[in-house]
Design a protein around this ligand. Structure first.
Ligand SMILES: Nc1ncnc2c1ncn2[C@@H]1O[C@H](COP(=O)(O)OP(=O)(O)OP(=O)(O)O)[C@@H](O)[C@H]1O
Length: 370
């Protein structure tokens, strides 16, 4: 279940402040997508997001959820239908983890048994063992665990919309990466409409189906897929925000299965070196890949040194990102070996394929603009 959110000409002026915090913003957030609002500190991200659940009331303009004007709804009811997760989790310190997660279902009048089942289900979903964590207090949790409880609480009443304001801002980079991975896994199952605020562009690229790059007063500088923004930033401000290494970042969004694999000269580990030499001589290649009886890559052998095979480094899979493949190419010194589900040899990713992919993305997105 997911809902489309639309902003029409939305403006927010805080009392006593001359310039509006958000000025005349219009955008559509498609149902079931994760849209990331990204922009520098103070540009109005939080204000924009909080107007959706009316924690902040717009000065003018209209916001609809599935076509329904949010101003026509009772704010408390509206908020019960919108999950909300914030930095530092914002858990109630005097309530247990279970009570925190069960807050909204409780308010909605669910039976105790149903709330209790739901709490356990949600804790499981975010990777916390209910038996271990249900009765703890927030202060007895690590930052990352608190953040997980925050997400569980936001999802407990199964809202069609989830607002997340820098939800992973307060944890270390490794925990942050894990939480991002988990959110993506959850979202691939739940397909909620998620509005996610961050000032970290890399986080936006990782979790977003679309990214809204905001300037002052929440002005939409560019609103597009991560691929399109990386390939073709709308202007210098966006380019500055994308930062260095845009091409490298693109490689994180592409999978090995999307590129054309090349093929190595292969032989069996049991083949005599002379036979391997004959095969290499008949090809234009200098190296052959030796496979075991189950077709799994074992070693590389050089035409000039057939007696001394070198072990194959860590292979990549069809699901690996092109960034992983590039890393393997650089480590292996030529090509990354790709293996299938049972570890069998499938093909190679070569440098040309990686370069070609980046080039193609750039061309595709340049054409869209033309
Ligand atoms: N209650 C308030 N009263 C007056 N001005 C406010 C209020 N809340 C926010 N502002 C101002 O509105 C602007 C936008 O703030 P907002 O918190 O939406 O930005 P943000 O992009 O989320 O920033 P950050 O990334 O630093 O959290 C800022 O200039 C801020 O100072």
């Amino acid at each position: 279940m997911a809902s489309e959110i639309q902003l029409f000409d939305v403006t927010k002026r805080y009392a006593g402040v001359q310039t509006p915090a958000v000025e005349s913003v219009s955008m559509t957030i498609p149902a079931g997508e994760t849209v990331v609002l990204v922009g520098p500190s103070g540009c109005g991200k939080t204000t924009t997001m909080r107007m959706i659940n009316r924690l902040i009331e717009p000065t003018s303009g209209r916001i609809t959820i599935d076509g329904e004007d949010t101003l026509s709804l009772n704010p408390d009811e509206l908020r019960r239908g919108i999950g909300y997760a914030i930095q530092q989790a914002g858990l109630f310190p005097h309530l247990t983890v279970g009570q925190n997660v069960g807050t909204v279902p409780g308010l909605l009048g669910w039976s105790r048994a149903k709330v209790s089942d739901r709490v356990d289900e949600m804790l499981d979903l975010v990777g916390l063992d209910p038996a271990e964590f249900r009765d703890r207090y927030p202060r007895q949790l690590s930052g990352g665990q608190q953040q997980r409880v925050g997400v569980a609480r936001a999802l407990a009443a199964d809202p069609p919309v989830l607002l997340m304001d820098e939800p992973f801002g307060a944890v270390d980079p490794i925990t942050r990466g894990n939480l991002q991975d988990e959110l993506m896994r959850l979202q691939s199952e739940l397909r909620k409409t998620i509005v996610f605020v961050t000032h970290d562009f890399d986080e936006a690229v990782k979790v977003g189906d679309r990214i809204a790059v905001l300037g002052p007063r929440s002005q939409l500088l560019q609103y597009d897929t991560p691929e399109a923004i990386l390939a073709n930033p709308a202007d210098d401000t966006v380019a500055g925000f994308v930062g260095a290494g845009a091409s490298l970042k693109q490689l994180r969004l592409r999978r090995v299965r999307e590129v054309e694999l090349s093929q190595a000269v292969t032989a069996s580990v049991t083949d005599p070196p002379a036979e391997v030499g004959r095969r290499l001589a008949a090809s234009e290649h200098r190296y052959a890949l030796l496979l075991d009886v189950r077709n799994r890559p074992v070693s590389w052998v050089n035409a000039r040194d057939l007696g001394r095979p070198q072990p194959v480094g860590a292979p990549v899979s069809l699901q690996s990102t092109l960034q992983d493949a590039l890393e393997a190419i650089l480590t292996e010194g030529g090509a990354a070996v790709v293996t299938g589900a049972r570890g069998e040899y499938v093909g190679l990713v070569e440098m040309d394929a990686v370069i070609g992919t980046v080039q193609k993305l750039r061309d595709e997105h340049a054409e869209v603009d033309a």
